[in-house]
Design a protein around this ligand. Sequence first.
Ligand code: HEM
Ligand SMILES: *[C@@H]1O[C@H](CO)[C@@H](O)[C@H](O)[C@H]1NC(C)=O
Ligand SMILES: *[C@@H]1O[C@H](CO)[C@@H](O)[C@H](O)[C@H]1NC(C)=O
Ligand SMILES: *[C@@H]1O[C@H](CO)[C@@H](O)[C@H](O)[C@H]1NC(C)=O
Length: 520
Amino acid sequence: MWPVGICIAALFVVSITHWVYRWKNPECNGTLPPGSMGWPLLGETLEFFASNRTWDTPPFIKKRIERYGSIFRTSLVGLRVIVSTDSEFNYMVFQQEGQSLEIWYPESLTKIFGTRNLGSLHGNLHKFLKNMILTIVSPESLKKMFSDIECVATKNMKGWACKETVEMKTAVADMIFELMGKKLISYDQEKSSENLRENFGAFIQGLITFPLDIPGTAFHKCLQGRKRVMKILENMLKERRAKPNMVKTDFFDYVIEELKQDDTILTEEVALDLMFALLFANFKTTSQAITVAIKLLSDNPRALKELTEEHEKIQRNRENPESGLTWPEYKSMTFTFQVINESLRLANIVPGVFRRALRDIKFKDYTIPSGWVVMVCPPAVHLDPVNYKDPLNFDPWRWEGMDFKGASKTFMAFGGGLRFCVGADFARVQMAVFLHFLVTKYRWQLVKGGETERTPGLQFPNGFHVNFFEKDKQKDPTFSRGTAVMSLGNPWNSLSQVSAEKKEGDDDTQEHVRGKTGEA
Ligand code: HEM
Ligand SMILES: *[C@@H]1O[C@H](CO)[C@@H](O)[C@H](O)[C@H]1NC(C)=O
Ligand SMILES: *[C@@H]1O[C@H](CO)[C@@H](O)[C@H](O)[C@H]1NC(C)=O
Ligand SMILES: *[C@@H]1O[C@H](CO)[C@@H](O)[C@H](O)[C@H]1NC(C)=O
């Protein structure tokens, strides 16, 4: 008995040791980029997701750049990953889409976005869907969209000015959701029995968590959120197909017309996943970009002043002061575009873009084995002092003399190559129109929060609570409301603290803090 037991134990130890050794030293026909695979299975996942307050490149990445150079290997959530912070290599990765690399997202995200989402589709179907999306976000369509964006922006901002304090992140997200719902599916929350937005709130909480689908987990809630949203969209599609609109008013109309064609490659399933992804894409990204821009402008009065002057000038030069924004006016917003680029550079809304190697890839002396995941890390490029002097400074003026020949190598907020963000122009238009109304008609004052955190996705852990005023109505906001609030022992502060604590860790569903007393 003894020798057999020892033999089994020894075998066990040997195979475990071998397995751990293999884990730490993966096979490669060439030289792997340097780096550590961390703990067996767990890898370096925990360090990667550790939160930090800095605007700089995440410490996880920064430490490894110092130790290993601009390309290194690691292991995250059980995957073998090559992290690239190298401008040249990142560029190559984007250009090689569909050749030696392919877009790829973890299975947990596929579960949430559907197996037929854009990221899982390649070739013709991908091209076809991209063209469909362009029916709403091409420059031609955007030219016609100003009045819609204006309408949503003015309505929402009027509402904010009536409130005592506004939590900007939620408020902007609501506004963006309203716009996207309108353009895509003619969704109007006030007239609808279903609260679509609420489901998205629930949904986002579980997006970047451990993918464990059992009742109680955030991931489970997330999947439930998706189910409810998909049910609503399905019902809408059914109703619409039974009673189509005569004139095309929203994206649904295009989808329905396409589905009617006999030879179309579009299926109902693909169309619904696409709707879902689009509602999400704009809601999550553009609203964050706008919130960050407001935050950065609040901290940089000189930039805010120049931005305000640019937009007041546009207003002054208008023949009819009542007429809305026009395309030529939009095109003339030089400084605004600098502010937008600079905000996107610092915001780093997308902390990582994922690809998978379809075959062994050589770069410099390294080989990236087929099947490995490649994570392009835009923040490291945007915050590299070689690309941007004093990278942590918010300096819109730096864009003035920038040479854009190499732009896609040093600015990759919207990705690059074949998978370059279809919504980039749309996002810029929304930001510009929004900023136009913000700086010409309103001013605001920080009440509480506004700190950012990265996990590594961007968060506002304490929200971003401001007092929001109409410009001509409140001549001196510092006095009229700010001081009054202070002398009352700042009740809004304690109110917002309650809401922040109650919803700790889920900044997307933070309610606006609604003060009632000051509403004259
Ligand atoms: C500031 C706002 C935005 C940022 C920072 C952003 C960022 C990105 C990035 C980095 C990618 C590339 C992903 C990859 O290569 O794997 C991407 C793709 C995409 N974005 Fe955006 N995006 C923004 C706004 C929007 C909006 C408003 C829409 C809605 C129309 C949108 C729709 C898409 C779609 C459909 C793709 C997939 C393209 C493809 O696979 O071919 N995005 N976005
Ligand atoms: C290395 O190359 C050989 C043959 O060229 C191949 O069979 C093997 O799978 C490769 N190994 C890896 C880890 O790519
Ligand atoms: C953020 O990262 C820095 C550098 O690694 C570290 O010194 C600091 O403690 C971190 N802060 C938090 C709040 O984790
Ligand atoms: C902002 O960045 C884009 C992409 O690199 C570039 O084409 C554009 O010219 C930049 N805008 C300004 C105002 O610098």
